[in-house]
Structures are given as structure tokens and as C-alpha cells.
Design a protein around this ligand. Structure first.
Ligand code: ADP
Ligand code: MG
Length: 341
């Protein structure tokens, strides 16, 4: 749906030329939630502003629904902007207008008649969960509610793509979660494609299908969230992944674990995708005459399923231990025996 081919954006400043976006290639599909993560200055905002024509690339081609928006007129570009809407970190609301008037604003600009506007505003207020707040002013709302107004306003003209520039970065963790839930909800209900940029891996983990990692203007790593989480290649990606699951620490301690748990066997289970640890553990305990200790666990949940590791100590009769291990092997979970004595 959105395709970037060799996209670069340079800025000329008094200090010289800045390459904000450096030869980026990306394909974003219809209906997915695509995350772009990077530290401050990586070029994320510039990249996302290219997607709705707020910035023009210095070189390369950008197509949305097979339309090359790098070579179209200002007039055609305005139409594209109807299809590609945006929300911001600091909401960008009109402070002297009520919630309802803020949401109506893009409808006024698009020339929608008054009665239709009112009906659409009601619909949107309900969609984002702001019932009863239509006559409030932005200053009377919490941060999360302000972002809900931002989302409603962005959806007013029924866009196909929603761009989110650090949309939850000004919010506390709980409010962040509720706004992310809302984004998933509208993604599913409306089939809306969402492109979001963030410096927080939790955001990617919670709602994105795919992720691109940006560093110094370049996309240095890209793929399905679950795969990138399991097997991050670049040091920067490993740093981001360790924000949410510190596997490096887990690796170091395995040697110590063997010394700490000399009895029975230590088993490492690796979860990827759909399975969760719960039924396996409870069945293991019920069906076999074993002592099962959870020695270490590290399970993270992404939009496409759980991943992580769980280290168990199975202790008891040697035969029962072997049967328990065979049972685990039969489950769709990767298993490894850590010590074999
Ligand atoms: P991010 O959103 O990842 O923090 P930005 O896209 O805002 O990164 O910025 C990337 C780089 O481009 C930075 O070095 C920034 O200073 C520079 N930059 C962004 N916009 C402009 C501009 N309009 N003029 C000059 N430099 C800019
Ligand atoms: Mg930015």
C-alpha cells in the first residue's frame, strides 16, 4: 500500500547539509500496524512527514496505493492528505474550540454540510470513548482524553492511513496502554493502516505487526515484530529489545543455575508464537509424579503471540523425570536440557 524506494531527505543549513533520511526502502501493507523505532534525531519524524507530503523527498520514489506522490501536483497532494491523516505527541488541538468543534474542524475545511458534520462528530466521539465530553475545552481534559480528541479529529474524513508521531510519548504508562488499545480497536474496526513512530519498544511490542529500526537516517533492521524480538541483529536493535526483555542477563546466569540446582534436571523451554506456558506446566504437574520448580522465566507478549524462555527444574524419580521431558518435547515448544547428570 505504501512503498518507499530509495527515499532520501537532505536539509541545507548554515552548518552544512544534514541527511535526515538516508536511502530508505520500505513496504507497508494495507491494514497493518507498522512501527518505526529509533532514538531522537534518527530521522523518524522527517520520514513520517514524507508519507503525507508535508516534506518532499530529495530523491527516491514514494507511492501510496500505486500513486507516486513524489511527482503529483499540489491539488492532487491535498487529496492524498485526506487519505493520510496524522496525530502528534502534543496533540495540536485548537485550545479555544470545544472537543466537538475540534473534531468538526477538518470536516468544515472539507466543506461537509452542518447537519452531516454534527452526526459525524457524534459518531467519532463515541468511537474514541469521549461520550459526554463534547462541550469540554481541551484544557479541561486529561492527556489521554486530549489524544482521543486528536484521534477523532484525524479520523473525521475517513482516512486510509493514520500516522502517529510519538502519540503516546507525553502520556503515563496506563494512559499509553489505553490509547494503544484504542489504536488497535480502530485498526480492526475500520481496517485502517497505522504507521507509528516511537522511541519506546513497549509500544512496538504491544501493537505492531512489523517494525523498522532507524539509526542516523537509515533503516538498519526490519521485519516481523516477533522475529526481531527473538533474534535482533544490530546492537541498536538489541538495546531496544532489552528494554522489554533482558535476555543477555538470562544467558549469563544459566551457568550459575546449574550450580544452584544440582538435583534433577534443568529444562529450558523456548516459547515462540501462539503457545503459552500455562497448560504445559499444569499438565506436567498433574500427570507426572514430579517436583516442578520455576527457576527463571522471561515471557513477553507481542501482538503476534508470546515469546521468551522458561527454565524449570524437574526433580523426582529418574524415570518420571524422563517421562516429563518426553511430554514437554511432544508439546509445540522448543525444549533443551541444560544439565545431563
Ligand atoms: P527524530 O524524529 O527521529 O527525532 P527528525 O526527523 O526530527 O528525527 O530529525 C532528523 C535530523 O534531521 C535531525 O538531525 C534534525 O535536526 C534534522 N532536521 C529535521 N528537520 C529539519 C529541518 N526542517 N531543517 C534542518 N534540519 C532538520
Ligand atoms: Mg521526532
Amino acid at each position: 500500500m505504501i512503498s518507499l524506494k530509495n527515499i532520501s531527505k537532505k536539509f541545507s543549513t548554515k552548518q552544512g547539509t544534514i541527511i535526515a533520511v538516508d536511502d530508505v526502502n520500505l513496504e507497508i501493507s494495507q491494514g497493518e500496524i507498522y512501527g518505526i523505532i529509533g532514538y531522537s534525531g534518527a530521522g523518524k519524524s522527517t520520514l513520517i512527514r514524507l508519507l503525507n507530503g508535508l516534506e518532499k523527498p530529495t530523491s527516491g520514489h514514494l507511492t501510496i496505493n500505486d500513486e507516486d506522490i513524489t511527482s503529483i501536483s499540489e491539488d492532487q497532494l491535498r487529496k492524498v492528505r485526506h487519505k493520510v491523516s496524522m496525530i502528534f505527541q502534543h496533540f495540536n488541538l485548537l485550545w479555544s474550540r470545544t472537543v466537538a468543534e475540534n473534531i468538526a474542524f477538518p470536516l468544515e475545511i472539507a466543506g461537509v454540510p452542518k447537519e452531516q458534520r454534527a452526526a459525524r462528530v457524534e459518531e467519532l466521539i463515541e468511537l474514541v470513548g469521549l461520550e459526554g465530553r463534547g462541550n469540554y475545552y481541551p484544557a479541561q481534559l486529561s492527556g489521554g482524553q486530549k489524544q482521543r480528541v486528536g484521534i477523532a479529529r484525524a479520523l473525521a474524513n475517513r482516512p486510509e492511513v493514520l500516522l502517529c508521531d510519538e502519540a503516546t510519548s507525553a502520556l503515563d504508562p496506563e494512559t499509553t496502554d489505553s490509547i494503544l488499545d484504542l489504536l488497535v480497536d480502530i485498526n480492526e474496526k475500520l481496517g485502517l493502516t497505522i504507521v507509528l513512530i516511537t522511541h519506546e519498544m513497549q509500544v512496538i511490542q504491544k501493537i505492531c505487526n512489523r517494525v523498522a529500526v532507524m539509526e542516523a537516517g537509515q533503516v538498519v533492521e526490519e521485519g516481523d515484530v516477533l522475529e526481531v524480538f527473538q533474534n535482533p541483529q544490530r546492537p541498536i536493535t538489541q538495546r531496544f529489545v532489552s528494554q522489554v526483555s533482558d535476555t543477555s542477563q538470562a544467558k549469563q546466569t544459566i551457568k550459575n543455575l546449574v550450580d544452584l540446582y544440582p538435583n534433577g534436571k534443568l529444562i529450558k523451554l523456548v516459547f515462540v508464537g501462539e503457545q503459552t506456558e500455562q497448560p504445559i506446566l499444569s499438565r506436567l504437574i498433574k500427570q507426572f509424579d514430579l517436583e516442578v520448580n520455576i527457576v527463571q522465566g522471561n515471557i513477553s507478549h507481542t501482538k503476534s503471540g508470546a515469546f521468551g524462555t522458561l527454565i524449570l527444574q524437574l526433580d523426582g524419580d529418574a524415570l518420571a523425570v524422563d517421562e516429563g521431558i518426553r511430554f514437554i518435547h511432544e508439546q509445540k515448544v522448543h525444549t533443551e536440557v541444560i544439565n545431563n547428570d
